[in-house]
Design a protein around this ligand. Structure first.
Ligand SMILES: *[C@@H]1O[C@H](CO)[C@@H](O)[C@H](O)[C@H]1NC(C)=O
Ligand SMILES: *[C@@H]1O[C@H](CO)[C@@H](O)[C@H](O)[C@H]1NC(C)=O
Length: 377
């Protein structure tokens, strides 16, 4: 017995043609969506940051020329040797060939990470202070990762052991800066971020900053930790496991993991220093960004593959007590955009230490009793 009914002879060619058209349409759509996905991720990641700055490349070329000239008298000199000795490195490719994609992050994996030795990471080329740059190419991005911290040693260990290899696979030039609040007053996340920004710029000039909670881990190394374009801060923690099971966060969510060009962060006067306790500082940063007409780059919810790329896992912890006064501070905060922030940042630096895997800064911070004098104590 035949499963397919016998079709009249006239219909058969039609069937063949329509199948062909169907296949063609499918193939075309597939290509189209690959194309727009690539565009979407490039738009989101801004991989060509350094290309905009032709200065670096000009310097590199002129150095190379002079070195080539010096050795050209020597008939036996190999051009490749000359290039090596000039210390000039190619820019890293737009997309790192070292990415593995989905990292299969799991609870078992974080347990294993906790026990890994620091030696292995140091051997990979991390310099004291958690400073790294690729050995075989010149990175397009110089990024400072700022992590506000207090009393989460376990999370910090996992964070460092997981993030260092991931950032290295992205061929970034980066540093990890952990800013620890010593005082027993309520945690002030915004102020610790401002301090991290300030302290990093005192060390060397970073093009951009990623403000990063210690308990969030990206699940795919294709999630770009590159510098965002100027005028377009990037909201990176967009799809989080414990936030409605990876549903995109609200359109105004601006916490967790957020990237800024140094210029933009300076322009918005950083975070407010006025939020003590959980919540509010991220919402106000968003208000500042809007006030300055900056555009926030988010993974577009209509691009499933892009959203998958920006997933985060949360290391579990007791939920902090929200500060009940945060809504009032938030409401009246707009009058202080210009003063409250980087401009009136005051803190006491208790220690500055270049540990093997991170720069550790311990600070004492207190609410300001007077708000007028911008000063660092
Ligand atoms: C993740 O798991 C998949 C399937 O189990 C495997 O094919 C892949 O190699 C793993 N990736 C990594 C980075 O371990
Ligand atoms: C933002 O844009 C509005 C409307 O174009 C303009 O009036 C305002 O001055 C801009 N704000 C800043 C800080 O540039």
């Amino acid at each position: 017995m035949a499963c397919v009914p016998n079709l009249p002879a006239a219909v058969r060619p039609l069937l063949v043609i329509s199948t062909f058209v169907l296949i063609l349409t499918f193939w075309f759509n597939l290509n189209l969506s690959t194309y727009s996905f690539t565009n979407a991720i490039f738009d989101y990641a801004n991989p060509s940051f350094h290309q905009l700055e032709s200065v670096d490349e000009t310097v590199a070329t002129s150095q190379k020329t002079s070195v080539d000239k010096e050795v050209s008298d020597d008939e036996f000199a190999e051009p490749s040797v000359a290039r090596q000795s000039s210390n000039v490195m190619q820019l890293c490719p737009l997309v790192s060939p070292k990415l593995v994609g989905w990292t299969n992050l799991s609870l078992a994996k974080t347990t294993a990470l906790r026990k890994e030795s620091v030696t292995k990471l140091i051997e990979a080329g991390i310099k004291p202070g958690g400073r790294y740059q690729p050995k075989d190419c010149q990175s397009r991005h110089k990024v400072a990762i700022v992590v506000p911290y207090r009393n989460r040693k376990d999370h910090l260990t996992v964070f460092l052991h997981y993030m260092h290899p991931l950032l290295q696979r992205q061929q970034l030039n980066y540093v990890v800066i952990v800013v620890e609040q010593s005082s027993r007053s309520a945690f002030n996340r915004g102020m610790l971020m401002n301090i991290g920004f300030n302290e990093a710029q005192l060390q060397e000039e970073f093009q951009c900053f990623i403000f990063h909670d210690v308990d969030l881990l990206p699940e795919d190394d294709g999630n770009p930790y590159t510098c965002p374009e100027e005028g377009k801060p990037r909201q990176m923690s967009f799809s989080i496991d414990n936030w409605n099971n990876y549903k995109p966060t609200a359109a105004n969510h601006f916490g967790g993991v957020t990237a800024f060009s140094a210029k933009d962060f300076q322009k918005v006067n950083g975070y407010s220093n006025s939020f003590w306790g959980w919540g509010g500082e991220d919402d106000q940063l968003y208000q500042r960004v809007k006030f300055h007409n900056l555009t926030v780059a988010r993974a577009y919810a209509g691009q499933p593959s892009l959203v998958r790329l920006v997933r985060y896992k949360t290391l579990s912890h007791k939920k902090a007590k929200p500060n009940p006064g945060r809504k009032l501070v938030l409401k009246e905060g707009s009058v202080r955009f210009q003063s409250d922030g980087l401009k009136d940042l005051r803190y006491k630096r208790l220690s500055f230490e270049r540990k093997p895997l991170y720069t550790h800064i311990v600070v004492d911070i207190q609410p300001y009793s007077d708000r007028k004098i911008p000063n660092v104590l």
